[in-house]
Ligand binder design. Sequence first.
Ligand SMILES: [Zn+2]
Ligand SMILES: [Zn+2]
Length: 265
Amino acid sequence: MEIFSIGSGSSGNSVFVGSGNTHFIIDAGLSGKRIEAGLNKNDLTARDLSGILVTHEHNDHIAGLGVMARRYGLPIYATRGTIDAIKNIPTLGKIDDSLFVEIEKDREFTLGDLSIKAISVSHDAADPVGYVFSDQRKKAAVVTDLGKYDDYIIENIRGMNVLFLEANHDKNMLEVGPYPYMLKMRILSDSGHLSNEATGTLLSSVIGPETEHIFLGHLSAENNFPELAYETVFQEITLSDTPYRGSDFPITVAKRQDCSLKVAV
Ligand SMILES: [Zn+2]
Ligand SMILES: [Zn+2]
């Protein structure tokens, strides 16, 4: 299985996951041009894609969805609530109804070489999900945009070889930062985003001997720094009750404006 981020952050998200001849992007929150450039950089083109898996309808996840779906006739996989919400966003332009494929949460489906399951996340969108992938040999989870995690999330992303999680903000930076009060409350709420610290704690609950690579993504531009996200998560893992230390796994912070490292497991 291969995973890389084409761009990740509160200004736009798209993550590639592929195995064999099956290739998906999770979200298309960057311009079509940037998504294509990111694929090209990794010796792929949009014509190699099997479809787009959408997590939710926020602009940083769908800004390039209309362009990519229309240009390449790519199927859009999403939950019913997300599909309805997308159809109500006029800026995306007309997307042919036949391109939408409704998926159900917690029900694994197989497309080519990948088995895919959408899992529920707590976030202020219509029907948001994260995705868990398996290709018979390896497993990966891509889960961003969640205000809290619980046993359901932990159970679903345990046993992964690759974990791509959000480390959205540093709580102190957010609290003293320039955001308006209401926006701060939204981000800190149970349906907002995970802090670096919370992500570190979540990771400590799900890492195991099978863990091969950790990605941190969806960093806030105003309320986080890549070094701070890395360091906080590293320390949380090291100081946790687990036998693991932050140094036991490669941790990659996905870049906002460029592709990340490509990880093959
Ligand atoms: Zn969101
Ligand atoms: Zn987002």
